[in-house]
Write a protein that binds this ligand. Sequence first.
Ligand SMILES: [Zn+2]
Ligand SMILES: [Zn+2]
Length: 260
Amino acid sequence: MSKPKPFPSITGSCACNTIRYRLLTSPLFCHACHCGDCQKYTGSAFGLFLNIETYNLSVISPTKPVVVIQEKKPGVKGRFLACPKCKTELWGNNVLGAAVCDLRVGTLDFPSLMEPDLHTFVESKVDWVRLPEGAKSTPKGYDYREVWPKSSLKRLEVAVARVAQATKEKQEKLATLLAKQRQENTSESDEVNVEETGGEGEKTPTAVEFEDNDVEDDEAFEKRFKETEKALQSRLEKLSLKLEEEELARKTGELAVGTA
Ligand SMILES: [Zn+2]
Ligand SMILES: [Zn+2]
């Protein structure tokens, strides 16, 4: 028997090449979206995305991408990772939550390696774009459960479970740390960004608290999947951020002095 072939090195970068990344395995799915939003966001004829497990996407440059949360159109916040220098959008998350990335295929070093498994929202496709013969398409959105290959759905299941577990562990750890730090700080200052957390910082986060979560996907796809996980992730980021801020403030002595 021949040895299994190693997965070819599929790499990509932002426009200025500060951020470089590598796919550690094959994508779960690839689709071209011809919706009006994708046309606006990209300034082009369509958006081109591939999905891959977040842990199978590795940043190989010393500089890491930054998280950008941006209101792309009124009431719709998008969250994605971008190059801090050239601002190229690299990937984000979609309705599938933190377990899966939505990578912008045009940022691959060789974008033509990927061909869309599906063209969506072709009802708003620009006229001169002709789909390849036999290409699958749908007038509007799609349900991944119906169009993804079985193997990808299996991988998705594994990824969601793994990320949920990791999130839970990280969240518990952070909550403990935060509580400890709070205890240490109580005597020093009462004015530490209480408003920023809505004064609920001492509570242990639970899914129930996140009803009015602000991370919402740009398209109104069927949204019944993994709301809780997404909400937890968002809260987790806020917690991490707050911890980092507090730590920084403590280091620079700002905390003891208070805000001028
Ligand atoms: Zn860049
Ligand atoms: Zn779209």
